[in-house]
Design a protein around this ligand. Sequence first.
Ligand code: SF4
Length: 419
Amino acid sequence: MINHGRKVLVVIPLSKSIQYMFGLSAPLAWLFAGRADRVRGVYGHELSEAHIREHDTFVIELCWFTALYEVGLLATHIKRINPRAKILIGGLYSQLAYRKILDSYPIDYFIRGDNELPIAMFLDGEDPRNIPNFVDREVEHPIEYRFSQDDFASLDFDLSWFPQYAAMIDRFPTTDNQQYRVPTIITSRGGCGVPHNGCSYCMGSRLKVMKQLHGRPVIVMDNDNLIRLIRKAERFGEFCIYMTSACNYDLTSIHCDARVFIEVEGKVSADRLRKIMYAFRRSELMIPVHSDGIMGGDIVTDCRDLVALSDDDHVVKFVAYADEAAALGHIPAASLVYVLDTFLPEWSHFDLYSKWDSALEVAKDRFAWILWQLDKHGIVPRNKTYLKSYLRTVMGAHPALLPGAVGIPSHGSNRSQPG
Ligand code: SF4
């Protein structure tokens, strides 16, 4: 039965990487387009009792496993204040663990696989029992809705439901906040579309798992749809493209009056890059060349041609490990972004976070670190954080919660063993 649509509060947990605390998963920039008047967003630390009493439907983002612990606290907090509330969980990591999440946390709904159509139906007030891909405590619908190439064309971007996002990203202009700022156009759906053998740490590389989760193989965005989405993102003035597919696009037919950050995950020639980077008023391209990535040595022989493409408004940079810099000595230092030792500490490996207990352990520490960050930056005074009442019982004397705690050190690397 259709009613007049649901009003939904979307809650964004903060337990992410050091540089991406206020970041959003890319789909949140398009999932509510056309229905944004029914949606309002808050970060977890902003969630108040008034918010909870004013809403009866909540969506909690769970894209990165590091938010797993915080999501449990948020759901429990919401249900304690408003027991009749319905909570939908969504995001890439939750695809992997939704059964355990529903068993462990007071979460009511989940959407398997692609969720553009199911979310639209949900916001339109459709009974979840009639929505494809929906899961609740009793029923698990089969995956009947699958994203297709044609669906790329109908995507649009809308962030009006969450104005705090731009404010917080501008307040904390870290590298990750810039490089993965939404809107982000990701050129594959349902896994990584770059031909490669490596990257076993990345969930995107687990194509069999991803196919099972989505009920379909990877879809790679075609050139026309990339241009369509660039045109739609242009009005934001700044956006990102994450090329998780073979880099064979040609944007020479357009000029986009925006600043764009592009991460190119696959091999690319200078000739091809030229057809992409000058389509934008300003562009900054990041190309990983670290040894355990997908390109490793291959690109190094060719990268002087790529560096030579840079001008005042179009910049090509390479991401490398500091201890591998010698092998890249022919690249100008200004074109290298060093990472101290590794991008991905052990705790962010698929083999770790695909196991519930180890994922939860890391997520607990990540959450403690977030509280320390909020306090350090004066974002939430210690005694007012919404989660405070849970902390003493759940985490006891965790060092990050003690008065004067200094938390973990921050440095230039994403290596960030918490605790
Ligand atoms: S290229 Fe990037 S997105 Fe693809 S599997 Fe490797 S790390 Fe993941």
